[in-house]
Every structure is written in C-alpha cells, then in structure tokens.
Design a protein around this ligand. Structure first.
Ligand SMILES: *Cc1c(COP(=O)(O)O)cnc(C)c1O
Length: 217
C-alpha cells in the first residue's frame, strides 16, 4: 500500500470521529526494510520514521539525513541503558521509556548534555510477562517519578497483545494518559491504526502496510 493511501486512511479515520485533519502523526516504521523502499517513501515526502534498534538506525539514517531535509526519527524498540547516549544523539523521540533505571540514565544524560528528546512511557497494558513496559497499576507513580526528574514525558505508548481486542488496550492507555494529564498516545500499527485513531492516538506506527512485509531472511 502506498504512502498516499495510508495518509488517506488516516484522514478518513480522523474525520470519522470528528478529529481535526492532521491531528495524527504517521510514523513510518522502516526497521529491516531495504534502503530503496525507505528512499522511495522519503521521495514521496514522508519525513517521520520509526526504528526499533539503535545500531540499525545508526547505520541507515546519517546517509538519508544528508540527502533529505527535516527527517524526524523515533525510537520504538527497547533501549538498553548502555545505548542511551547514542539514542539521544540520533533520535528525535523515544517511545520506549519502560523502567526507572532507564529514566535515571536519561535524566543524568539530559543534565550532562542538555539534550533529551520527547519521551513516551511504554505501558504493558496486557500485563504480559514477556513484554516490556510499566504495568498499568504502576503508571501514575512512574509518571510522577519522571516529572520529578524533569524528563520531557509527552505521552504513553502500548503494543497490545496479539490475541486480544486491541481497542480495549487503546482505551485503557487513553484512560491512563488522561488521568495523568498526558496528551500523547503512541498506539496503532498496520492492522489496527484506524481503531487506535478512534480511541485518540496521536502517533500511529505503521510498517508493513506501508513498506510491505519485512524480510528477516
Ligand atoms: C515493528 C513495529 C511496528 C510496526 O508494525 P507493523 O505491523 O509492520 O505496522 C509498530 N510498533 C512497534 C513497537 C514495532 O516494533
């Protein structure tokens, strides 16, 4: 599916629930995609991209940034503390703040460098043991903790369990964000971004629907 088609579906989903056009940001998830596919989407004008590994993004994006103006890069995958410095240098937003230790490291780096991109706290809305993220019951406390550290937390992010109705998880995340006075909601992927928009998503992370299936070969 092309970029224009995804944009049209986002616009239709915004209109369907009476949200202003342009209130949802499309993050084009380019992880694992070959450079020619990414370049094609850049040529069509898309500038906001998501990657889930620091190292892969480091190899791929400096070159694109030389060729295209105004690229905005979002980290949507797990961040190890030993890669936090590289991450704040490369990324314009981090969607995976998922534990106090990482918050402490980012706060220390922010003090030292004066740099901290906007952050989203990842919430494990399905309370899945194998998944990263703050448990719903711990969100209020963690938000307060990050505010006390002066971290620029902009919103919440979730990846719903694959075998459950995503809409329930989107609603749960929206409720947690509202209760904490957070405006950003990073939720919705290729299979469910319209439902996420209906539930209030401000950032949708769309990969395979835009670029085609990822080939992990
Ligand atoms: C890969 C990934 C996406 C994109 O998934 P698609 O189903 O290909 O749209 C979105 N969010 C996160 C966190 C991802 O890792």
């Amino acid at each position: 599916m092309g970029l224009r088609e995804i944009e049209a579906r986002i616009a239709a989903a915004e209109a369907a629930v009476g949200r202003p056009a342009g209130s949802v940001q499309l993050i084009a998830v380019s992880k694992v995609q070959p450079n020619d596919r990414v370049a094609a989407v850049l040529e069509q004008g898309q500038r906001v991209f998501g990657e889930n590994r620091v190292q892969e993004a480091q190899g791929k994006w400096p070159g694109f940034r030389e060729r295209f103006e105004g690229i905005e890069l979002h980290l949507i995958g797990p961040l190890q503390t030993n890669k936090a410095r590289a991450a704040i240098e490369l990324f314009d937003a981090i969607h995976t703040l998922d534990r106090p230790k990482l918050a402490q490291v980012l706060a220390r780096l922010a003090q030292e460098t004066g740099i901290c991109p906007p952050l989203f706290i990842e919430v494990n809305t399905g309370e899945e043991p194998q998944k990263a993220g703050v448990l719903p019951a711990a969100v209020d406390g963690f938000v307060a903790e990050t505010r006390a550290m002066d971290l620029p937390v902009q919103g919440l992010m979730c990846i719903p369990p694959v075998d459950e109705d995503a809409a329930l998880h989107f609603a749960r995340l929206a409720g947690l964000a509202e209760r904490n006075g957070l405006a950003g909601l990073s939720m919705g992927m290729s299979g469910d971004f319209e439902r996420a928009i209906a539930a209030g998503a401000t950032h949708v992370r769309v990969g395979s629907a835009l670029f085609g299936e990822r080939d992990y070969g």
